[in-house]
Design a protein around this ligand. Structure first.
Ligand code: PMP
Length: 401
């Protein structure tokens, strides 16, 4: 007869685990995956716009022409032709670099993590916009850094606060999503970009520029990236194919100075040895083998329309006491509810109406910002967006009444 022996546990997790909380967003995404739910929760691209044929053909070519090499271990820094393609594209965007200063990562998320690993010691500070991208905040907290949240408006981070924070806390890094920030959808103005670059130079604080959305612009002029403005090797630039080709391929990249790329390569070795050999080879064949920019223009057309549909629906169905951002690109907009209404409560009510989104609280570094929600507009067709916003609006009006 089997007996269960209950023994005292002798293992103990590292103290840093106390600082790593499971992402509230990922928990909500599990509910949002249900087919009966209209979800504005994830940052998911529209699945019907994935260039499935192009990616399938690229994989078939890899197997037919590169065979076993595509199944073999490979170098940590990444597949040379892909690094060269990215370096050329970065130069076209005004970021002066060469293939040796490009590191291929497993999604841009890994780039954020490696930068954290290379720069942060327990107790170090990182300057972040408040609110900011949750998984970056989680990553820096995991390295036991303390986060200095900087208020932001429609032009991005308030630079005077950044300066005060640098003077006070001498941070190790400034983390910024300059184009169509997650969760707000707002961008850093050109003037503030120049000021941030100047502060970084003056105080020698590196900037981690996370740019997953820059290509997804629906209106307005594209400003220079911080990396393109940097003349002192102080900007570490990160981007990804997740929003333009496929997030499932998990291909991202870092562009930085020789010294920083070298440190990141060393940090990546024990993390995963290298990014998927097959996917890197397929990615470069895919992007070089079709009209990638035409494909991105198509995405911008559809996502821009969906963004407009959501903005129109908000005007029509949301109560006058609410305010929201007007993004020029990206995947999200951000809503400020009346102070008496908590995003979490609104979510609970909305789920009963089969609509999901993410409450804003977890995107802040501090407590007490409960009256915000984030809505994604890329993943559902316009009719569904309108219906979903209408349902949330009705729930909101009932709560206010
Ligand atoms: N940075 C930001 C601001 C994001 O919103 C995301 C994903 N939503 C990422 C990085 C990570 O993207 P990936 O790892 O798929 O490249």
């Amino acid at each position: 007869m089997a007996t269960t022996i209950l023994e005292p546990r002798h293992y103990q997790f590292a103290s840093r685990m106390l600082k790593m909380k499971s992402s509230a967003v990922r928990e909500i995404l599990k509910i949002a995956e249900r087919p009966d739910i209209i979800s504005f929760a994830g940052g998911l691209p529209a699945p019907e716009l994935f260039p499935v044929d192009v990616i399938a053909r690229a994989h078939a070519e890899v197997f037919a022409q590169e065979g076993a090499a595509a199944l073999q271990y490979s170098t940590t820094e990444g597949w040379r032709p892909l690094r060269e393609w990215i370096a050329a594209r970065m130069n076209f965007r005004g970021i002066q670099t060469v293939a040796d200063r490009v590191l291929i990562t497993s999604g841009s998320q890994q780039g954020i993590d490696l930068v954290g690993k290379v720069f942060l010691e327990p107790g170090d500070s990182v300057v972040v916009e408040n609110p900011s991208y949750l998984s970056a905040l989680q990553c820096f907290s995991g390295y036991e850094a303390s986060l200095i949240g900087i208020d932001s408006d429609n032009e991005g981070m308030c630079i005077d606060q950044v300066e005060q924070a640098i003077e006070r806390a001498r941070p190790k890094l400034i983390y910024v999503v300059a184009d169509f920030q997650n969760p707000k959808g707002t961008s850093l103005s050109s003037e503030r970009r120049a000021q941030l670059i100047e502060l970084s130079r003056l105080f020698q604080v590196p900037i981690l520029e996370d740019d997953p959305y820059g290509d997804l612009r629906y209106r307005g002029e594209r400003p220079l990236t911080l990396a393109a403005m940097d003349r002192h090797g102080l900007v570490i630039y990160i981007s990804t194919f997740s929003k333009t080709l496929s997030p499932g391929m998990r291909i991202g990249w870092v562009v930085a100075s020789d010294e920083i790329i070298h440190a990141l390569i060393i940090a990546k070795q024990p993390a995963d040895l290298h990014t998927s050999t097959i996917e890197q080879r397929a990615a470069v064949r895919a992007v070089a083998g079709f009209d990638f920019d035409g494909h991105i223009a198509g995405l911008c057309q559809v996502y821009g329309d969906r963004c407009d549909t959501m903005l129109d629906a908000l005007e029509r169905y949301f109560p006058a006491e609410t305010r929201w951002t007007h993004p020029e690109g990206g995947l999200f907009l951000w809503i400020e509810l009346p102070e008496t209404i908590r995003g979490e409560d609104l979510l609970e009510d909305s789920l009963r109406e089969h609509v999901a989104f993410v409450p804003g609280g977890p995107f802040f570094v501090d407590e007490g910002h409960d009256n915000f929600i984030r809505l994604n507009f890329s993943n559902r067709p316009s009719e569904i967006i309108e219906e979903g916003v209408k349902r949330i609006g009705a729930v909101l009006k009932r709560r206010l009444a």
